[in-house]
Design a protein. Structure first.
Length: 702
């Protein structure tokens, strides 16, 4: 029997268990204090490392492996999160601003390095650290609804150029520092880089498209293909003599289109965000020398220069872009704040340069300070200045709305698919479905999916079919009592979620109305549940309902409107349908920043009232604009007397590999009334116009 000390010091599973405890607890407490979780992970690494409790050691094989995986995963997610469709919309201006955003900080960083007596190679590397950036404020601009603004799209697209250029400079600098620099070797390196980059970007893109097309809905194999692409590209980079993070970032860009916005991407990002990337941040904390850190901070000039340099460099690039492309000051400040945060590529490249002994411990420590400052300051400025872009980028005039309404659309029979699998909630679901179907002069399709087990015998399958037919019979009788035509449908499928999606597409459904599932937690987040998978695969809108009372009793309906755009119309129109059936009052509420001026609040209220009259003419309507620092808390407070809250679900994104809290998920947990969450169809993705089939385009509800 092994002693406790022997197990604790020699068993490789012990550091992994410690890391899991840190990842599970530390970010939570730091975020409660309004401090970024990555700061907590870095400090945890310092506390547990050689300068603290000595529970973890960066030089062990376990930590080296996990740290390397986290490093390449961080850069892979950075490439995967870039929206290639948005880049294509403004590719020329994105390349122009990307060039400015790379060259200006590179020059400032190189000059800074030379002023502090670093070698030319080290100074150029420091300049390349200044040039990259991480779109840490992406969730903020998504929430504000300003992704359609050209300046925002240009900044997002420029990330591709700045990060690739910075990583290539890193590769060249490391190769020169290693003593492999001769004119011939340098030319060979550049040619190898060009051939390798083209092979990864085009080869993996083609292979990914082919593999995803041939594997269909096999998400497990698709997930493994994405991981294989990551590690093969990283290995290929090392084989030609450049750092593996270059290959990881290129692999993320390469499989971007093949993966798209779907459950496979969710799983890839999730695994990195909750496991490997946090481990990488802890491992960085392990190599921070506390006495050297204090000493480098005490000699403030280097740290101050390395913090101010990127901030000023990105400001200068944004100012030049404003002059060249004639953006206004608010757009310029938005571009600056979006490109300010230095997290993913900066930290990864810094660690590589430090391990190659190209930059010193003082530079590493100063970069840690730079990451903390810019990752906090950038999103704060973005939240202040980007809110004003809504009027120029996404405001809908009366003429635009009237033009959209005037477009003719073909007639189509409206169908509501209602999966029935829970007898307790079936009655309320059918009542909600009949409200919608009756308003649209349509019909209800009660749906039962039978999912046979591979070992299921014929007798057991027959029994399941009988139970399903009883459920359909009950749903049909209830529909008849409510005066709505029902067309029951029973389907045998290997997946409940895919069965619902396929049946809805075959029936050309207009809406899928589902009951709220109770399966949440780690397994549901990792593998997805029925609702998640239906939301990703459905061709039409999906309404997920948690109904605590009969929809016929709803008298007060609350609809939070996040952005003053046409995207909010479906939730308002759904509320109108329920309100007209019950003579209910509808309250549209928009939560703005608590520092918003009274004039701006009045403008937002007038805009929301204008849109509301188009969406909900003739309804008993109230419009509220609430300044508050916490969106979820403000909505929960406004909903205290409401019978129903209608939410619009938006897909969650991450930035720099760190999970961003989702307002919708917070609301679902805190609201104590009935809730309906409207999910977008699969074709709709953030930042680009929805691709709609003719059947979707013709629906009044949609």
């Amino acid at each position: 029997m092994h002693s406790f000390t022997e197990v604790f010091t020699k068993e490789p599973i012990v550091p992994f268990a410690i890391l899991l405890i840190v990842i599970l607890t530390v970010p939570y407490f730091f975020e409660r204090l309004k401090i970024p979780g990555l700061v907590g992970l870095l400090l945890a690494g310092v506390a547990l490392g050689p300068n603290g409790l000595r529970l973890l050691n960066h030089d062990t094989e376990t930590m080296k492996l996990l740290s390397d995986i986290g490093l390449v995963y961080l850069m892979f997610v950075a490439g995967l999160e870039i929206d290639m469709e948005q880049f294509r919309q403004t590719k020329f201006r994105s390349m122009g601003y990307g060039s400015l955003g790379f060259i200006v900080p590179l020059i400032i960083g190189t000059v800074t390095g030379r002023l502090f007596h670093f070698s030319w190679v080290a100074a150029i590397l420091i300049g390349s650290l200044f040039a990259s950036h991480t779109l840490l404020a992406y969730p903020i601009i998504s929430r504000l609804g300003v992704l359609g603004n050209e300046a925002v799209l240009v900044t997002i697209g420029a990330t591709i150029f700045t990060d690739i250029a910075s990583l290539l400079v890193l590769a060249v600098c490391v190769a020169i520092h290693a003593g492999n620099f001769t004119p011939i070797n340098f030319i060979i390196l550049l040619i190898s880089l060009a051939v390798y980059s083209a092979s990864v970007l085009f080869g993996l893109d083609w292979a990914g498209r082919q593999f995803f097309r041939r594997t269909g809905n096999n998400e497990g194999n698709q997930f493994l293909f994405v991981l294989l692409a990551l590690f093969l590209a990283s290995l290929g980079a090392q084989l030609i003599g450049v750092e593996k993070i270059v290959g990881a970032f290129l692999a993320g860009l390469a499989v971007n289109d093949a993966v798209g916005e779907g459950p496979v991407k969710d799983k890839v990002v999730f695994v990195g965000s909750v496991l490997f990337i946090p481990i990488f941040f802890v491992s960085v904390g392990l190599i921070i020398n506390v006495p050297a850190f204090i000493k480098s901070i005490a000699s403030i000039w280097l740290t101050l220069a390395l913090v101010c340099g990127p901030v000023l460099g990105k400001f200068g690039a944004a100012l030049l872009a404003k002059i060249i492309y004639r953006y206004n000051w608010r757009e310029m400040l938005t571009m600056w704040s979006l490109s300010m945060p230095q997290v993913a590529a900066t930290l990864a490249a810094t660690l590589v340069g430090y391990q190659a002994k190209l930059i010193s411990q003082e530079v590493l420590n100063s970069v840690i300070v730079l990451i903390v400052v810019t990752s906090s300051l950038g999103p704060i400025i973005t939240s202040r200045v980007a809110a004003g872009l809504a009027s120029s980028a996404t405001n809908l005039s009366e003429e635009t709305i009237e033009e959209d309404e005037a477009q003719p659309s073909p007639k189509q029979h409206f169908k509501v698919v209602v999966p029935v699998y829970n007898p307790e909630s079936e009655h309320y679901l059918i009542e909600m479905a009949q409200l919608v179907a009756r308003h649209e002069s349509g019909q209800i399709i009660p749906l039962v999916i039978i999912q046979p087990d591979p070992q299921t015998d014929a007798a057991h399958l027959d029994h399941s079919v009988e139970q399903g037919e009883l459920l359909l019979q009950r749903a049909t009788e209830l529909s008849r009592e409510l005066g709505v035509q029902a067309q029951p449908l029973l389907r045998i499928d290997d997946s409940i979620a895919h069965g619902i999606s396929r049946a809805s597409r075959e029936q050309n459904a207009s809406l899928i109305l589902m009951g709220w599932g109770k399966w949440t937690g780690f397994r549901a987040r990792l593998f997805g549940n029925v609702i998640d998978n239906v939301l990703w695969a459905a061709h039409c809108r999906v309404a997920v309902a948690r109904l605590l009372d009969s929809p016929l009793n709803f008298k007060r309906i609350l609809v939070p409107i996040e952005n003053l755009t046409q995207q909010a119309a479906p939730a308002a129109q759904f509320a109108k349908i329920v309100a007209e059936a019950n003579q209910a009052q509808v309250t549209l509420v928009h939560v703005c920043d608590r520092y918003t001026t009274p004039a701006k609040i009045a403008w937002k209220r007038s805009q929301l009232s204008l849109l509301a009259t188009k969406w909900m003419s003739g309804s008993n309507l109230e419009v509220q604009v609430i300044p508050h620092e916490n969106i979820a808390r403000a909505i929960v407070t406004a909903a205290r007397l409401s019978d129903l809250v209608i939410l619009r679900s938006q897909r969650q994104r991450t930035a720099g590999g760190l999970a961003i809290s989702d307002v919708t998920s917070q609301l679902v947990q805190q609201l104590h009334c009935s809730v309906v969450m409207l999910g977008e169809p699969q074709q709709t993705f953030i930042g680009a116009p929805a691709t709609k089939s003719p059947s979707i385009k013709s629906r009044k509800l949609i």
